[in-house]
Design a protein around this ligand. Structure first.
Ligand SMILES: *[C@@H]1O[C@H](CO)[C@@H](O)[C@H](O)[C@H]1NC(C)=O
Length: 125
């Protein structure tokens, strides 16, 4: 992925906040993500606006293809998609382990929790 200029980050479903490793992997590895997913403003809640290309930024696939071709030919324009690296660092999360640890911290600090010994019984009654 790091040898590619662009990476097609097309999510399997289009839902608010459904933004997966398909976005974060190219950002970590140095490719510019071209995204299909929730609207641009939802992506911008998670990553800088100038770190990715959204297909909704274009009227037609051809218009997008022409823009990607332009970026491919003009290094100055292409490198604008890496300006965010002056202020941020992209770190990969090892199989979501960091998030799993956050869940444990949350459960420990959240006192309203209950213990279910049988999930099937709890869920299905
Ligand atoms: C690349 O794009 C920049 C910014 O639009 C422009 O100033 C420059 O002339 C372009 N370079 C080439 C080689 O077209």
């Amino acid at each position: 992925m790091s040898s590619c200029k662009f990476y097609l980050s097309f999510e399997n479903s289009i839902y608010k906040d459904y933004i997966s490793e398909k976005l974060f992997n190219p950002l970590t590895l140095g490719a510019v993500p071209v995204v299909i997913g929730p609207p641009r403003d939802n992506y911008e809640e998670f990553v800088p606006a100038d770190s990715f290309i959204h297909v909704d930024d274009f009227k037609t696939p051809q218009e997008m293809a022409e823009y990607l071709t332009l970026l491919d030919k003009n290094q100055t324009l292409y490198e604008q998609y890496f300006n965010w690296r002056k202020e941020y660092i992209a770190e990969s999360s090892y199989f979501g382990l960091e998030h799993a640890c956050r869940i444990c911290q949350y459960i420990r600090s959240y006192t309203g929790y209950r213990v279910f010994k049988n999930l099937n019984q709890w869920y299905f009654g």
